[in-house]
Write a protein of this length. Sequence first.
Lengths: 242, 214
Amino acid sequence: MILFRTILLFFIVITPLKADTIYNLIKIPNLEIYNINTKNELRYLYATKPFRLGFNVKKNINCYNSDKKILDEKYKIIKKNLDRYSLNFLKIIGLKYVVLCENLSITGINTAGIPNNKTRTLILDIKFNENHFERAIHHELFHIINDNYKELFDKNIWKNFNKKNFKYSKCSTCNNNWNLDLLDEGGFFTEYAKSTASEDMAEVFSHLIFYKNKVYSNDPIIEKKILFIKKNVLKIDNTFKF
Amino acid sequence: MIAKIKISKSEKIILIFLIILGVFTFTSLIILKNKCLFVKNYNPNDIKFDNPENVVILNAECGNVIIELYPNISPNAVKRFKKLIKLGAYNDAAFHRVIENKLIQAGDLEFGKRENLNYGKVGTGKSGLGTIKSELDGKFKYYKGSVGLARTFELNTEDSQFFIILQNEPLFEGEYTPVGKILYGFEVLKTIKFIPKFPIVPRPDFINSFKMLN
């Protein structure tokens, strides 16, 4: 019995020590600080080695460290885009950490970013589709907003904006609606927007933010969606400027 | 007449060896074993403080750690901290989590007290007073010697556990509720027992007493 207790104690006590401050904060290994002295207090971290993790399912997220030159180049673009959000807005929506890595994938499917509202973290693939890279940053940021304010961004209200016979896919990757090029017809900005209500909202938000006044559509469905996004984002922060 | 016997070379070597052995034994037993030998113990009565009502004294094996609390930065956290100190709740609490040159954590009042230390649960215990909200808006730089309240992975779960950092931690700013900073006795903390690569210290050091200055 004493031997059993001793062995049990040995296994309880001997667990690997994670002295890594970043790991303790956001539970992502192999990261280092890129820049934490930013005006809106976003903390940019980068992968020094590949990492695997799982937010909800077991270890299904992979990302890799990047070349310093690419990292420096993409950091500037990402920062320029995220600087549009004030410290106050980021506090309200709950975003604090931005992780920069490349070839980000979830269950083997490449993705531009993975938000985690619990850890206030947004992982961004710095090598994501060059044509849509900047807009995708805002798209992913919207998922943080959406996750924290689900009651405002009601999917059922949103679905009613679409034509009656339209149905979203069961998930964002179910129907291979990958195309992010401007579609601007039938109530959707892109083909990808047809995948799920939350992806559709994120597409509207990202077009609004990235293209500002240049992308407004004559499509009445898109007009309604734009109004909905604007109205609810302003409910979160009435000082927010589109 | 007794003839003077000259000491041989081998005897000289043995004598030198014995002297070295004696010195080594003395050093090992007295100097090296006494981790407090070169640690200065500050007497708070000899020091004049600007805000004595916010000064608390943590007494550990090697002496006093004098901490100034910052109620202007974290009013609720400092109120909770002072309450527990005044109740004597931290006396005999273990320094249960010690990471070399990085951090010292103590204050588990449920599973981390000397009389009922529970290695399986230490670090998860509560004070019985409930949790308090995180106070993260005040500008506070987590420099070496800063004291903050520990929490779980979630915000607003601060209770009685606190930590003292042994190096600057810029990432702690805005993450952990600060309560104060060490004024004197940082060296005492460097003597707190730790085991490399172990998150929880087996047979840890304890807080002897934790009191308000006044």
